[in-house]
Design a protein around this ligand. Structure first.
Ligand SMILES: [Zn+2]
Length: 125
């Protein structure tokens, strides 16, 4: 099952996932402060298969970095064009005087969210 999912993902996404050990009950991922744990911090189930001399994890999940996902989005010309829509959008003329909104991006909240997003992308790239 995991292998067929991996093969399907590989055909869709041209990046390699980072496989992360997770609790068999999906309580946590063995990263950060849990990276060396052999038992789940929450349900106390063992991380590795019993009798496994190679310490095979009981369950893993695929992790795709946001940096790689953004790279893929911007490498695709159609996707990149769609992503530019927000950057190229200017406020509709007359916004605020007639109460009509040209696009969701006319709101003030959009401007602060957009700036936060752009800062995040700049940090990641
Ligand atoms: Zn657990």
């Amino acid at each position: 099952m995991v292998i067929s999912v991996f093969i399907k993902l590989k055909s869709i996404v041209p990046i390699k996932p980072t496989w992360v050990d997770i609790c068999i009950n999906s309580c946590c991922a063995y990263t950060g402060k849990f990276k060396d744990n052999e038992l789940c911090e929450y349900c106390h189930m063992p991380r590795f298969q019993a009798g496994s001399s190679t310490r095979k994890p009981r369950r893993q999940m695929a992790f795709f970095s946001i940096k790689d996902r953004l790279k893929i989005q911007y490498q695709d010309p159609k996707g990149s064009e769609k992503l530019k829509y927000r950057a190229n959008y200017t406020h509709r003329q007359g916004f605020g005087s007639d109460g009509k909104i040209g696009d969701i991006f006319d709101g003030n909240t959009k401007n602060s969210c957009l700036m936060d997003t752009l800062k995040m992308i700049e940090i990641l790239l």
